[in-house]
Design a protein around this ligand. Structure first.
Ligand code: ZN
Length: 426
């Protein structure tokens, strides 16, 4: 699928093949034998890419160059590591190497596991696209072959259960159908039932999953569907009007299953159940947690009531007013507020509550109606010391600001006097 092989710019444009006007092109031997991973390579040219990387050209290569949605092979040429492989418009393949190769002939090896993973995923992509079309009538509009992350296919459809397509693709894998590759001329396009009609001229390479899928493609493929092993959709996500399907094949699908199974087995052990009963066990745990949280909230509210009563009992009498100045560490502002709310309705109470978390000072001020003291005024006066911010009304005000440990300690030392002083002004 996705056009014939590599058409990704011409290195010649950058003067890459300025080698005496000789036209170089490379025989793409991987097209005939995708399972050959070693060969004797002849170095026909040494080049420097526009980005400064060194490369070599061979008259014939088994290295797949990036193109058609599939990434390049890696491997070795003699002692040199091949880290990238590119093809230009003239069909010349450049092998990017990490060191100079002085020999005219070297032994070449292709990283087998990487290449085979690409073959499994590329063949799986053709198979799954056709299977989704057959089973659900949904066309694939683009694809990306990846082996480090799941490969993807984009479908033009809404959220859809793709299981029938996935099942059909795997049924074709069990059948172990041949996957054939052959060339036709553009005049023969009408004779092949392409899934997506090719928009190219000249020779067209057809990759056929026998009697099932016909794609114009220059990629490396398995030679039988059984070599794909398995294809598994692992995620779907909405992308505007498209549905992006993430899938794994072969070894990567097995590794995914092994990981998911290990996690499920570990969770099942922790819940002391079997993995198929995990859903129920987690739902029970969640319900128990919610009930416990509710109980904690109720107990916290009860504790705050007791705390408010204790603060009122220990308040400093100042005429008809009961003064409270209390400091805490690491209490959330909303908890200070809840306590202040309880105190604001106690007759005659003026309360200043402060908490410090090591960086920020939080204040809550509560003033009962008949005290004649404004909670908002008292708060602003206290915040002025640390340049903090906040506000409220006459009964309840809250705020805070950054403060040092020394500022907090100083505030505690003066707290009660601060309130007394404020009250004395009234
Ligand atoms: Zn393809």
């Amino acid at each position: 699928m996705f056009g014939t092989f590599g058409r990704f710019g011409t290195f010649g444009r950058f003067g890459l093949f300025d080698v005496g006007g000789i036209t170089l092109s490379t025989e793409l031997a991987y097209l005939d034998d995708p399972f050959c991973f070693e060969f004797d390579a002849e170095i026909s040219a040494r080049v420097t890419l526009p980005d400064g990387r060194a490369g070599v050209v061979l008259p014939k290569t088994l290295f797949f160059p990036t193109g058609g949605g599939q990434e390049h092979d890696t491997g070795t040429l003699g002692d040199a590591r091949v880290s990238d492989v590119l093809i230009d418009d003239a069909g010349v393949v450049v092998h990017v190497v990490d060191r100079a190769i002085s020999d005219a002939r070297v032994r070449a090896t292709i990283d087998r596991a990487r290449r085979f993973a690409f073959m499994q995923h590329h063949s799986a992509q053709h198979l799954l696209s056709q299977a989704i079309l057959d089973a659900l009538g949904i066309e694939s509009v683009s694809a990306n072959i990846n082996i480090d992350n799941p490969s993807t296919i984009d479908l033009v459809c809404g959220d859809t259960d793709l299981t029938p397509g996935e099942n059909l693709a795997n049924a074709l894998i069990y059948e172990d159908r041949p996957i054939k590759a052959y060339f036709i001329s553009d005049a023969q396009i009408a004779t092949v039932p392409f899934r997506v009609p090719p928009k190219v001229a000249g020779r067209i390479r057809v990759v056929e999953i026998e009697g099932f899928d016909y794609s114009a493609c220059g990629g490396t493929h398995c030679t039988r569907t059984g070599q794909i092993g398995v294809v598994k959709i692992v995620k779907t996500e909405r992308r505007a009007e498209k549905l992006r399907v993430h899938f794994l094949a072969g070894q990567r699908a097995l590794e995914y299953f092994q990981n998911v199974h290990a996690v499920a087995a570990q969770l099942a052990r922790q819940f002391d159940t079997s993995y198929d009963a995990l859903g129920e066990a987690i739902a029970r745990q969640r319900d128990a947690l919610r009930a416990a949280q509710k109980e904690i909230e109720a107990l916290k509210a009860e504790r705050l009531t007791f705390e408010a009563e204790r603060l009122i009992a220990n308040a400093r009498a100042c005429g008809s007013v009961k003064l409270i100045a209390a400091s805490f560490r690491d209490r959330a502002p909303q908890e200070l507020r809840a306590l202040a709310l309880l105190l604001q309705n106690a007759p005659g109470v003026v309360a200043l509550l402060v908490s410090y978390d090591g960086a920020k000072l939080s204040l809550a001020v509560a003033c009962a109606n008949e005290t004649g003291v404004s909670a908002n005024d008292l708060l602003r006066q206290q915040l002025a010391e640390i340049g903090g911010r906040g506000g409220g009304d006459a009964k309840l005000a809250q705020g805070g600001g950054a403060a040092s440990e020394a500022q907090f300690a100083g505030w505690i030392a003066r707290a009660e006097e601060n309130v007394v002083a404020c009250f004395a002004k009234k």
